[in-house]
Design a protein around this ligand. Structure first.
Ligand code: MG
Length: 379
C-alpha cells in the first residue's frame, strides 16, 4: 500500500492578522483556526501519517495536539522553507511514498481536492492545486500582464517524498522559497497542476477571518435539562437550601451540605450538557465532598457550560415541602443562584409548593427539589 504523509505548517507568527495570539490559534466559529485545518486533512482517509510543524516554544499546541491521533510534532525554523524541512526530517524514519505539505491557515481543503493531488502523484513527482485569475492583472507601473499565463497556487502540494527530501537537502544553507513547488522546480521535478478550489483560501488578513467564520459557523441549539433531588430531614440548627442558610431548628441529611435545591439545579445543567449526573462528578463515596458546600457543585457545572462554549439562559427551581416556609427566603435564594450562575435576576426563578400532606414531603419527612436549566450551545 502507498503510504502518504501529511505535513501541516503552523510555525508562523501570522503578523498580517494583528493581535497577540498567533493566527493559527485565533478562534473562528468556536475553535482555533488550526483545529479546523487539522479536521480538514484528517478527513482524508488515504493519509497514514501526520506531522505538525509548530514554532519553537509554542505553548498553545499542547491543548490541541492530543485531539488528533497519530500526530507527530516538529519544531519549525525561521522561514517557511526551514519549517517544511523540519517536517520532512521528522518523516525520515517512516519514509512515506508521498508527502502532502499544507498551510496551517487553510481550513477548507476538501477531500476532493486532496484526493486529486494524491491521484496525480501516482504518475508525477509533484502536484499542485491551482486556479485561474479572473481579474485583469497590472503591474504597479500600469503595464498589463497576460493573466492567461498565470495561476494562483494553493496547498496542499504533493510530492514524491524521496525526491522532495533530496531537493530540500540540496538547497544552499539558509536559502528560503515562497513555496515548496519552487523548490521542486529548482530540483528539476516535473509539476502537475490539479484543480484548486476557491473555498480553499488562506486565512491571511482580518477580512479572511470574518469570511472563514461565516463559512464555518454552525447553528447554535437550545438544550433544556431537568434535575430532581430529595433529602431527608434530621436534627440540626441550620438548613441550607438554594445556597441560603435557614435557621429553622432542623436540617437535611446528606453527605455534603444536602442542599437539594442546588443539587437539582446542578443536575439540570449537567442534563442540558448531556454530561452525566452530579453523582458521576462528585461521588458520595469520596470523602473530600463530606460536608461540602453545594455551591461548589453548581460552580463546577457552570464552568462546564463555559468549556463547551455555551451560555446559560434561564433556570427554574421548584422546592416541594411542607417545611420550612420558603417564601421569606425566596428572594435571597434567587439572588444567590443568580450570583452563582452569573445570570441577571430576571432569568432565575425559585418556586415552592406542597403535596397537600401526601407522601414523604406531605408527612414532612424530607423535601424534594426539581429544576430546569436552559442553555444555548454551539452545534
Ligand atoms: Mg442531593
Amino acid at each position: 500500500m502507498t503510504s502518504i504523509a501529511q505535513i501541516i505548517v503552523a510555525a508562523g507568527k501570522g503578523a498580517r492578522i494583528g493581535g497577540d495570539t498567533p493566527k493559527q490559534y485565533q478562534k473562528v466559529a468556536g475553535k482555533a483556526l488550526l483545529e479546523w485545518t487539522l479536521d480538514a486533512v484528517y478527513a482524508a482517509p488515504q493519509i497514514t501519517n501526520y506531522v505538525l510543524v509548530v514554532a519553537p516554544n509554542d505553548s498553545l499546541i499542547a491543548d490541541i495536539a492530543p485531539k488528533y491521533p497519530n500526530l507527530q510534532l516538529a519544531t519549525g525554523g525561521a522561514t517557511r522553507t526551514a519549517s517544511v524541512k523540519a517536517g520532512l526530517d521528522a518523516l525520515k524514519d517512516i519514509a512515506p511514498n508521498h508527502v502532502l505539505i499544507h498551510d496551517g491557515a487553510r481550513p477548507f481543503a476538501s477531500e476532493a481536492l486532496i484526493s486529486e493531488i494524491i491521484s496525480a502523484l501516482e504518475s508525477a513527482p509533484a502536484a499542485v492545486p491551482t486556479l485561474p485569475i479572473a481579474d485583469a492583472i497590472k503591474t504597479l507601473t500600469g503595464e498589463s500582464v497576460d493573466r492567461e499565463a498565470l495561476r494562483r497556487v494553493q496547498t496542499p502540494q504533493g510530492f514524491d517524498y524521496a525526491k522532495i527530501f533530496a531537493a530540500f537537502e540540496a538547497l544552499p544553507e539558509g536559502e528560503s522559497f515562497a513555496d515548496d513547488i519552487a523548490i521542486a522546480q529548482r530540483a528539476g521535478l516535473e509539476i502537475t497542476f490539479t484543480q484548486g478550489d476557491e473555498n480553499n483560501f488562506k486565512v491571511t488578513y482580518p477580512a479572511d477571518f470574518a469570511k472563514a467564520e461565516m463559512m464555518l459557523k454552525t447553528e447554535d441549539y437550545i438544550a433544556t435539562g431537568t434535575g430532581y433531588d430529595v433529602h431527608r430531614f434530621t436534627k440540626g440548627d441550620v438548613l441550607w437550601l438554594c445556597g441560603v442558610p435557614i435557621e429553622c431548628g432542623f436540617t437535611l441529611l446528606g453527605h455534603s451540605d444536602a442542599d437539594a435545591g442546588l443539587h437539582a439545579l446542578t443536575d439540570a445543567i449537567l442534563g442540558a450538557l448531556a454530561f452525566g449526573d452530579i453523582g458521576d462528578h462528585f461521588p458520595p463515596s469520596d470523602p473530600q465532598w463530606k460536608g461540602a458546600s453545594s455551591d461548589k457543585f453548581l460552580s463546577y457545572a457552570i464552568e462546564k457550560i463555559k468549556e463547551r462554549g455555551g451560555a446559560l439562559q434561564h433556570v427554574d427551581v421548584t422546592l416541594i415541602c411542607e417545611k420550612p416556609k420558603i417564601k421569606p427566603h425566596r428572594e435571597a435564594m434567587r439572588a444567590r443562584i443568580a450570583a452563582l450562575c452569573e445570570l441577571p435576576l430576571i432569568r432565575v426563578s425559585v418556586k415552592a409548593t406542597t403535596t397537600e400532606k401526601l407522601g414523604f414531603t406531605g408527612r414532612a419527612e424530607g423535601l424534594a427539589a426539581q429544576a430546569a436549566a436552559t442553555i444555548k450551545l454551539p452545534a
